[in-house]
Design a protein around this ligand. Structure first.
Ligand code: DX5
Ligand code: ZN
Length: 229
């Protein structure tokens, strides 16, 4: 993938039908998703459990865009290679997941995949300053990770502005994850974010047998984002 700052919408399949991932992934892509966001949870770093590497590997053949794997696990390092081999295009790890985030990012880059670093809502923007020459993306969490459908935490907007300023002219994307919808996306774009994860706001009201609703939901987020640029 070459760097650009176009608006990207990355539906989180955490809000998809868990008995039908292949069809759900194909449906959101057909309806305009730019990326597919996969939330990996371990029941330890976050209070929920989701997808191991074999599940991610099973999703891969259905993804024709870009598979963005968000690791909410601790420790991270022992699993990086397995998620890379499962077919992730981007692997994002949390700065709070252990004492050696710099090593973790190096390990992700060593697999040849793109690397993201994520900050929880309580973690200051400044904490990633010394990682900016290593990462392809900064993920600003706008909810405490663990579940879909939570309420947007507004201080994420100010954090996005700070991160954008720190990035300067480096080729780094800013992603926001949690409670993103057509209302919350505008200020985030104005603050400098370009990639938006949305679970409930994309999947609500739709299904694989009624996928045009996914398209309407994606277009509504994208239109609000583009209007705020
Ligand atoms: C939260 C996950 C998110 C979540 C977003 O821990 O990282 O990707 O699925 O869901 P919504 O858009 O419903 O807040
Ligand atoms: Zn996520």
């Amino acid at each position: 993938m070459t760097f650009d700052r176009r608006i990207k919408i990355a539906p989180s399949i955490l809000s998809a039908d868990f008995a039908n991932f292949g069809a759900e992934i194909r449906a959101i892509e057909a309806e305009g998703a730019d990326w597919v966001h996969v939330d990996v949870m371990d029941g330890h770093f976050v209070p929920n459990l989701t997808f191991g590497p074999p599940a991610v590997k099973a999703f891969r053949p259905h993804v024709s865009t870009f598979m963005d794997v968000h690791l909410m696990i601790a420790p991270v390092d022992p699993y990086i290679e397995a998620y890379a081999e499962a077919g992730a295009d981007m692997i994002t790890a949390h700065i709070e997941a252990g004492p050696h985030i710099h090593r973790t990012i190096q390990a992700i880059k060593a697999t040849g995949k793109m690397a993201g670093v994520s900050l929880n809502p309580g973690t200051p923007a400044e904490s990633i300053e010394h990682l900016l020459d290593l990462v392809d993306m900064v993920l600003v969490m706008s909810v405490n990770p663990g579940f879909g459908g939570q309420k947007f935490i507004p201080s994420a907007v100010e954090k996005v502005s700070k991160v954008r300023e720190m990035i300067g002219d480096r080729e780094i994307m800013i992603q926001v994850d949690g409670g993103v919808d057509p209302v919350t996306v505008g200020p985030l774009v104005a603050a400098g974010a370009d990639c938006f994860v949305a679970g409930s706001a994309v999947f609500k009201g739709g299904s694989v047998s009624n996928p045009s609703v996914y398209g309407q939901n994606i277009r509504a987020i994208r239109a609000a984002a583009e209007a705020a640029r």
